[in-house]
Write a protein that binds this ligand. Structure first.
Ligand SMILES: [Ca+2]
Length: 416
């Protein structure tokens, strides 16, 4: 493994040398404190043919101007050997807590050393896209040591997306008193589109995502307010519908629903300044989306969507826009396969302030998205030379970004 690590670091070093010469050229004569809206001089990063000739609803909804980071930065592999890591959070002491799809959690120390699997986590169904998925620490983790996670749960009727919680033991070796607090029914006999990302809102409620389970029979449930599939849900730490939810007290609607019409959302993050909830979801072929989530809104799937079915047909009636259904802030055709996302609030790379970083699986890069007035104004591809499917990203307590990949690497991304 040591040889592999050396080689990968060498690859990064070579890649960065190439990048840096570009930076030098592009920043010649410019102010080193370039602001984040300095994007106009670069072509869009996407140059491949789109899957359809669908037209965006507004200018800048796809293939926005490219951006280039001027501050020299690097992505270093600080750990390898994780088994299909899926979710990552930073612990207050600088360590990282990571889920592995097959059902384990591990800690990674600042020097990259992996812990043994943490015991006490209930069994997950890891077939297909299922498993142990996103995780988040309690906002009061420092005093209560509570951890919350999303996973694919087994029931007699099939599998479903569920949320559980438990207390990290004082010796960090186990989760104590693990308890399932929410099951997103109906269950389905399938193993795709579980959603699976989880965040805490400022009131201390859990906000998490569920997929519509992919199959044609379950797909319409994304529009059904009596089903928890294809939704963003908002619940208390005890698994009850959170107060203030948009459908509380409404007939024929579940009170835990926050927004609906989602396909397979795997990215959730709150904007550090506006407080808005931002989401990424896997669309069909050519229809991956970035959305700004507002309570009660319908985000369209499967009634409207960009992109086409993976087998080539149009999706449903083949429409992309409809009154009353939300448009994505941005979409990708071809797709990124967007998984975990995070906003940057670190100090080391000022031009990244409040930018959104999106892990791309099939695209094998991290997308850096510059937002202004709730629109995308710039896009950059990071770590594209690594050949990695990026699964989740978070900001460490040191302000650096940390990203995990399906091949089991942990990258630290920071100023060089
Ligand atoms: Ca949509």
């Amino acid at each position: 493994m040591k040889n592999k690590l050396t080689i990968s670091l060498l690859t990064i070093a070579i890649g960065l040398t190439a990048c840096n010469s570009n930076h030098a050229n592009s920043s010649a004569g410019s102010d080193s404190t370039a602001n984040s809206t300095d994007t106009t001089s670069y072509p869009p990063v996407e140059t491949q043919k789109a899957n359809s000739d669908y037209k965006p609803a507004f200018a800048g909804q796809t293939r926005i101007a490219g951006a280039k980071t001027k501050t020299a930065f690097e992505g270093k592999v600080i750990a390898e050997g994780l088994k299909s890591p899926w979710g990552i959070v930073a612990l207050p002491d600088g360590r990282l807590l990571i889920t592995e799809k097959e059902g384990d959690m591990r800690m990674v120390a600042a020097d990259g050393k992996l812990s043994e699997p943490i015991k006490g986590i209930p069994a997950v169904n890891a077939s297909g896209q299922g498993g142990l998925l996103g995780l988040r620490l309690d906002p009061n983790f420092g005093s209560n040591r509570m951890v919350y996670w999303v996973f694919a749960d087994n029931t007699p009727a099939g599998t479903l997306t569920a949320v559980a919680k438990g207390k990290l033991s004082a010796d960090d070796k186990s989760i104590e008193d693990a308890k399932v607090i929410y099951q997103a029914t109906p269950a389905h006999k399938g193993n795709l589109h579980y959603g699976g990302r989880i965040v805490f809102d400022k009131e201390g409620n859990i906000v998490f995502s569920t997929g519509e389970r992919s199959d044609l029979e379950t797909r319409p449930l994304a529009q059904d307010l009596n089903a928890a599939l294809g939704k963003i849900l908002r619940i208390t730490k005890e698994g009850q519908p959170a107060s203030g939810n948009p459908f509380v007290g409404k007939a024929n609607a579940r009170p835990e629903i926050y927004s609906y019409g989602h396909r397979n959302p795997q990215g959730l993050a709150f904007h550090p300044e506006t407080g808005d909830l931002w989401e990424t979801e896997f669309g069909p072929r050519g229809g991956d989306e970035l959305n700004r989530i507002q309570a009660g809104n319908n985000y369209g799937w499967p009634t409207i969507t960009y992109g086409i079915e993976y087998k080539g047909d149009k999706v449903g009636a083949g429409i992309q826009q409809k009154e009353g259904l939300e448009q994505p802030v941005y979409y990708w055709d071809p797709v990124l396969s967007p998984s975990g996302i995070t906003f940057y609030t670190g100090q080391n790379i000022p031009e990244w302030k409040n930018n959104l970083f999106i892990c791309g699986l099939s695209s094998t890069h991290i997308a850096r998205i510059i937002l202004k007035d709730n629109k995308v104004v710039g896009e950059e591809r990071l770590l594209g030379n690594e050949g990695q499917r990026f699964r989740d990203i978070t900001q460490g307590s040191d302000g650096a970004l940390y990203a995990i990949t399906d091949l089991g690497r942990l990258y630290k991304i920071d100023k060089k």
